[in-house]
Write a protein that binds this ligand. Structure first.
Ligand code: ADP
Length: 563
């Protein structure tokens, strides 16, 4: 309303104490207020234009008038409201503001009113549409907002009329009122468009999006929230979020809110929630504070996903996995007993306990023995892996000397290497490198890796085992060979169970494909890593790391952890 007063001053007649003038001023003021009122009553642009035109013409006492508004590109003005003009042709007039000289352009450029008492004598009214409608006199004023012309407002008369200064002032003031009202409506329009856009995003989100005030009362509720929790929007709004919390867990909400207020956002919080029908579901939550312009927390935003199915599925997978491990370990166990009997009997026969054997019998028995040995290795490896996977193996780490252990493993493999004339050595810059690990497990890993290196390296090749410290925390063991190498595209899968690189001479290097999978599991049990560097034809180097010392248990003062 402050603007209304300002405008009123402009059009007031500045002469004191004359009763007539005072009356006139009051009349003008109320006219202005009346237009301001209709113009600002609505945020709908069409309604603003029509109401303002009606009221302005009514006050000024004219029966013809129209409003043109600048298009969005600022190039043309289109008729958006008209009174007393019947021809459809007139409604279609769209006037460019930057081409030839015309009244619309003059008002647009000067930002001043333009008055013409007889348009028949004015060459600017070239297209004669008004004349054909019988209009004789017109006055046009700019629709102004912040010194920007948004359009023009025109009043006209079918009788010859000389516009008074008061009429012109009023029409100009109405134009300004209209400009202000349009500006408001436009801002509102923009704001409501972006609001509607965000609302539609939230509404179509796949996750429940729920906002609450600081007390936890629900303020917004989208479609996914309805699907997940079963409450319709009008049932949920205004209720406390506690309607979603299963009995006995009421404290949880408060804890979540406190945490959010302290630390900002909580993500991936797995909780149980209650649906409207009482069914309890598993949900993954993300909760963040809602802050106002000053940065004060005014509420909370909850995003929730129903993960009941996922949880159920994961539980089932774990169960299946356990069943599989149990099965493997049972079967392996059952296979071992008869295999031990077979091996014992073959050994006895080979030892001559059952009498002398001819050469053919010896050969057959040797083959049985070698295959029985392979079978028993396979069973042992399967059993190992299933135990590791089932988490049934406890680690009993201690401080062990790695160089000594590596030498020991090398010695046990030396006969195999010697047979192929492969040189097998340990290269360590330090004689004393210790690790925090379980001796037998590390021996098993070394046996697998050095055993593979010897197995896959052709005669006259070389296998080198390196042991070195890697920073304070880790030791690194490497096993390099001069064998066929492993193609880069297979390196990623080599640690998978049963994976073997396809080779022409595969029959010579029969194995189980489990050694590397077991080694990886054993290294990772210690907290270490295992990897390889290789390429077809370049030989392979396998690496693994182990912790150098016992990790400090939390809560213990540094230095007292031993190691
Ligand atoms: P296995 O040796 O019983 O087949 P592993 O899991 O120990 O099972 O090894 C899997 C496969 O990785 C081997 O079959 C072989 O193809 C490849 N491999 C492992 N070590 C080497 C190596 N040092 N040089 C070349 N290939 C290797």
């Amino acid at each position: 309303m402050a603007q209304v007063k300002g405008q009123a001053k402009d059009i007031s007649v500045a002469s004191p104490n004359s009763k007539a003038k005072l009356l006139a001023r009051n009349r003008d003021l109320s006219a202005l207020l009346a237009v301001a009122e209709v113009a600002t009553q609505s945020l709908d642009i069409g309604k603003i234009l029509n109401d303002t035109l009606d009221k302005s013409l009514e006050i000024l006492g004219f029966d013809v008038g129209f409003i043109r508004i600048l298009d969005s590109e600022g190039k043309r003005m289109d008729v958006r409201a008209a009174r007393g003009l019947r021809s459809p042709e007139f409604q279609r007039i769209s006037t460019p503001v930057d081409e030839r000289r015309n009244v619309t352009r003059i008002v647009f450029e000067t930002k001043e009113p333009y008055v013409c008492s007889d348009i028949r004598k004015n060459r600017l009214y070239k297209n004669r549409t008004m004349e054909r409608e019988g209009v004789v006199s017109t006055a046009a004023a700019p629709v102004l907002s912040k010194n920007r012309v948004l359009g023009i407002i025109v009043a006209g008369s079918r009788k010859y009329h000389r516009f008074t200064p008061r009429e012109i002032r009023l029409l100009t003031a109405f134009g300004s009122q209209l400009g202000m009202a349009l500006e408001n409506a436009e801002l509102y329009d923009e704001a409501s468009r972006s609001k509607a856009y965000i609302e539609s995003l939230v509404e179509s989100a796949g996750d429940a999006v729920i906002s609450t005030d600081l007390e936890g009362r629900i303020l917004t509720w989208n479609r996914a929230a309805q699907v997940i929790f079963g409450y319709a929007k009008d049932e949920a709004l205004g209720n406390h979020l506690a309607i979603l919390v299963p009995p006995g867990r009421e404290k949880e909400l408060e804890e979540i809110q406190n945490k959010v207020q302290l630390s900002g956002v909580i993500r991936n919080l797995e909780v149980r929630r209650k649906r409207k029908d009482g069914v309890v579901i598993d949900a993954a939550l993300a909760v963040s504070p809602i802050v106002d312009e000053q940065g004060n927390a005014v509420g909370f935003l909850h995003l929730a996903k129903d993960i009941t199915e996922k949880q159920r599925y994961e539980k089932r997978l774990k169960e299946l996995d356990r069943m599989k491990s149990d099965f493997v370990s049972n079967v392996s166990h059952e296979l071992r007993t008869p295999l031990t009997a077979i091996k014992g009997s073959v050994d006895n026969m080979l030892d001559g306990i059952t009498g002398a054997l001819n050469e053919k019998q010896m050969r057959y028995l040797a083959r049985i023995k070698s295959n029985a040995d392979r079978l028993s290795r396979l069973i042992n490896e399967l059993l190992d892996l299933s135990r590791i996977e089932a988490g049934k193996i406890d680690l009993r780490p201690a401080d062990i000397s790695l160089v000594a252990l590596t030498r020991e493993v090398n010695e046990s493999l030396r006969p195999v290497a010697a047979e192929k004339l492969i040189s097998l050595e340990v290269a360590s810059p330090d004689t004393d490198v210790s690790a925090w690990a379980e001796r037998d497990k590390v021996a098993q890993v070394l046996m697998n890796l050095i055993g593979n290196a010897v197995k896959f390296t052709p005669s006259h090749g070389k296998v080198t085992v390196g042991v070195r410290r890697n920073g304070d925390e880790w030791v690194e063991i490497s096993i390099a060979d001069t064998g066929p190498g492993i193609p880069a595209e297979e390196a990623g899968r080599i640690f998978d169970k049963f994976y073997q690189v396809a080779r022409e001479d595969r029959h010579k290097t029969k194995g189980t494909g489990l050694g590397l999978a077991i080694s990886k599991a054993l290294v990772e049990m210690h907290g270490g890593k295992i990897w390889l560097e290789s390429g077809a034809g370049r030989g392979s180097t396998f690496y693994f790391t182990l912790p150098a010392r016992q990790p400090l248990r939390s809560g213990e003062p540094a230095g007292s952890g031993g190691g």
